[in-house]
Every structure is written in C-alpha cells, then in structure tokens.
Design a binder for this molecule. Structure first.
Ligand code: SF4
Length: 394
C-alpha cells in the first residue's frame, strides 16, 4: 500500500479519537468536496496556551490485538489493515508541515503486536520528529492503556499533550465495552502514572475521552468520574464522544446516542470548570441523567426559585455566574463596572453581552423586575435530584 493510500485508511481510522468538543465541529455542508479536512486526517484543537491549531490526526497502525466491542479496529473485524513505519509517518508529517497544511500532530495507534512494542514505535516517531527534524511544534500523543512507567515518562517529555482514554466511568461499565482492557491496572494505573510524571513537566497537560451511551452509564456516572480525574489526577480536559454503532461490531445493534447528550455533558463540565458550580449542584433526573431539552444551568436556576431574583447591582460574582444568560466574562464586567455606576436598565446589561432574554426572569435591575420566572420554569422539584458529590454508588 503506498503512503497516500495508508494515509486515507489511517486518517479515517483516527476519526473516533476526539481532540475538540462537539461544539467546535462544523455540522453544516457535510457533503461539500472542498474544505472538508476531517477525512484526510486534519482536525483542529486548542493548545494549552489557547491557540487553535490544525492537527494532522492519524493512527500509526489500525492493526490491533485487542477486541473492544465498539471499535472499528478491533481484531475480530474484517477490514483493510495497514501501518506506517515511524520513519514514514514522521516524513509524511514534515512534508505536510512544510507545505503549511498542518501545524501539529495528533498521534494514536491500535495495539500492534503488544502494548510495549507499539508504544516504542509511537515514541520512535516522536523522537525522529523532535531530534532529526527538530520539530518544535504541537504534538498530542495518545498513550496506550497498559503503557509502562518509562514509556509514559518519555511520552510526556516528547509531547505537548498526552491522553489516555477512560472510555467508561467505572470497571463495571468498561467490562460492557471491552473484555481485553483492565480498568484498574491499565486505565487508572496509566492515568496515575501520567499524573506523577506530569509534575516534572509543567508545560504538558493530559486529557481523556469517554464514550457516551454504550455502557448503560448515566451522565452522573460520567461526570462524577470526570470530577475525580480533575481533582485527583490533574486532568486538564475530558472529552465526551457519543456512541455511534459501527457495523460488524458486537455493539452494532445498540442505538446510537443523541449528539445533544454529549453537548449537555460539556455544558455541565463547563459549569464545574468555569462557573464555580459544585458537582453536587448539577441537576439530574431520577435516572441520573441531564435534561436533554434544557441546559443544566437553566435547569439549576428553575430548580432553585429561593435563590432568585438577584439584584444585579449587589449580587456576588458567584451568584451572577448562576444566572442563565450571564457568562464568566459578562459576570466579571458587571462586578467591575458597577464599582463606578449602578446598572439602571436592561439595555445596560445587553450592551456588555448579557443574554437578557434568558437572564431577565432571574434578576432585578435597580430593584425592578422585568420578567417573571413563573411560567418559564418547566420543571418541578420532584423531577430532579441534586447529586451527592460522588454520586450514590461511590
Ligand atoms: S485497543 Fe480497543 S479501542 Fe483501541 S484500537 Fe484496539 S480495539 Fe480499538
């Protein structure tokens, strides 16, 4: 197979690894011929310093000795297989980089022969790039579950970001997706090794990915697990990827999850990371899931009428961040600007970026209420429960 045929196959095979949230993925003009970069292995991601870069996203190999039940590359599936050599892949990447097609690399692989040998090939690719080609740009490397201490340490030394996929929030859930992955030793052990070695490399971050909707897990299972990773494993980012059945795999009869579920998980994750919410404040229904029809911040506000309306000229930053329609930037502007002048009208708020249509039912402006939250609130308290910090099953 020539290099371009390999690229078509291994670029396509890499599309199941996520390096940006669903909201960053263009959904329109899916059938266009020009400008669609995903099939040829190019995606976009944000570097740790916030820059958006185009990444060459590819597998070193789609051969895999493992048999994960959802995976298009699982060993038992009859599909064309191919692999790059480290030399080949490094050369191809540099060719694309010099032509300005891409700015960085997102590299992953199936487990060819063994975890140790595949990790060595991945690391060799990065060594060639960093030393022979003197490439100093962005590299995101997927570390394979079960990678050893020395491999993790070297991967971190050569990368800007590393990740290891959780896939499922607990051992019980993972057992429904894979008979060949060991949750405690390979996944949690790997994340723990990454966390340890990252302490010596402050410029490098790590992320993980969950498959959503294939293992009968609830949103609370996923978010509780995510919080553990943030607080105890130094995780920078969690990605949520809705399960879509792949024909010819054992899970191909399970219905795919709606994309909106992934979106709600990202919204709840943002509430925790940027809005000062405690996980215990995220509203779930009795099955432990987020409302698909309503963003979780709106659901929280409707569930807590005792907290609203808030006087915009007096509310604290944390209180403002709990008002639908007020984001971190506009909340900070409100606190800053009212040191000099009181807010007197709805227009004053609209001018600094508040989505007044959403915010008005929950605020007073200079003592005046512009809209009632009654009637907006489609929820009753009985529909929702607040989670305990770690959920009921921890
Ligand atoms: S380890 Fe599992 S998920 Fe990864 S490529 Fe192999 S079969 Fe697919």
């Amino acid at each position: 197979m020539d290099k371009l045929a390999k690229l078509a196959l291994l670029g396509e095979s890499a599309k199941y690894d996520v390096c940006a949230s669903s909201s960053a993925t263009p959904k329109r003009f899916q059938n266009a011929e020009i400008g669609r970069t995903a099939p040829s292995g190019v995606c976009h991601s944000f570097t740790p310093d916030g820059r958006c870069v185009s990444l060459f996203k590819v597998l070193l190999s789609n051969q895999c000795e493992k048999d994960c039940l959802y995976c298009p590359n699982r060993s038992a599936r009859d599909v064309p297989r191919s692999s790059f050599t480290p030399e080949e892949l490094a050369g191809l990447f540099m060719e694309f980089y010099r032509r300005n097609y891409v700015e960085g690399l997102f590299l992953s692989s199936g487990v060819r022969h063994s975890t140790g040998r595949t990790m060595q090939e991945l690391l060799e690719t990065l060594e060639i790039l960093r030393t022979r080609h003197r490439f100093g740009g962005y590299i995101h490397l997927k570390i394979l579950p079960g990678a050893g201490e020395a491999e993790v340490e070297r991967a971190i030394a050569l990368s800007n970001r590393v990740s290891l996929n959780m896939e499922a929030p607990t051992a019980t859930h993972l057992a429904r997706l894979s008979r060949t992955k060991n949750f405690a030793a390979e996944i949690m052990g790997g994340l723990s090794r990454i966390h340890r070695h990252l302490r010596d490399q402050p410029g490098v971050s790590h992320s993980t990915q969950f498959i959503v909707g294939a293992a009968q897990e609830s949103d609370r299972d996923i978010l509780d697990s995510t919080l553990r990773l943030y607080s105890s494993y130094g995780l920078k980012r969690a990605y949520f990827s809705t399960f879509q059945p792949v024909p010819g795999t054992p899970l191909d009869s399970i219905a795919g999850s709606p994309l909106v579920r992934e979106h709600r998980l990202y919204q709840a994750d943002f509430l925790y990371r940027y809005y000062g919410f405690q996980m215990a404040e995220i509203p779930y229904n009795s099955a432990g899931n987020l409302d698909l029809d309503k963003d979780p911040k709106q659901a929280f506000a409707e569930l807590h009428p005792e907290r609203f309306p808030l006087e915009i000229n007096r509310a604290s930053l944390l209180e403002l961040l709990r008002v639908p329609g007020i984001g971190p930037r506009s909340a900070k502007k409100i606190v800053w600007l009212r040191r000099e002048n009181r807010f007197r009208s709805v227009e004053d708020l609209a001018r600094i970026g508040v989505v007044t249509k959403r915010a008005l039912p929950f605020i007073l402006v200079a003592g005046k209420k512009y809209s009632s939250m009654l009637g907006q609130a489609g929820l009753s308290r009985s529909n929702y429960s607040q989670s305990s910090l770690w959920g009921d099953d921890a």
